[in-house]
Design a protein around this ligand. Structure first.
Ligand code: AMP
Ligand code: ZN
Length: 113
């Protein structure tokens, strides 16, 4: 998707502070962090939201969680972190390219807002 900012980051066409990259996944710092550590983990392929997952692309979710585990380990986040996926306007999804928020570095309240 040419107009999608996360596709452009995945292709290296838009700037981002990349913390992890492989053939199918990119992780980068959120531009407006909501915690001392806030990164976004995305599939390189344009999948708009959870509602667009299917048998053909669901494997990437497992790869994303594995990447999250490795990032959490390498950044010493074992004391606690949270993974959030907003889906749809009522949940506050503002970028229509599937992304997993990884938040850490402060006590995270519950229930979330
Ligand atoms: P959501 O509201 O769940 O769709 O999350 C979208 C996130 O993307 C927000 O936390 C934004 O701060 C972040 N964001 C939007 N554009 C960029 C960008 N160019 N680089 C990094 N993060 C971005
Ligand atoms: Zn996209």
């Amino acid at each position: 998707m040419s107009g999608c900012v996360f596709c452009r980051i995945a292709r290296g066409e838009a700037p981002a502070s990349i913390v992890y990259k492989d053939e199918e996944i990119v992780a980068f710092e959120d531009i407006n962090p909501q915690a001392p550590y806030h990164i976004l983990v995305i599939p390189k392929d344009h999948i708009p939201s959870i509602m667009d997952l299917s048998s053909g692309n669901i494997y990437v979710v497992g790869k994303i969680y594995n990447a999250i585990k490795e990032i959490a380990r390498s950044k010493n986040l074992e004391k606690g972190f949270r993974v959030v996926v907003n889906c749809g306007p009522l949940a506050g999804q503002s970028v229509n390219h599937l992304h997993f928020h990884l938040l850490s570095g402060r006590r995270l309240g519950w229930p979330p807002g």
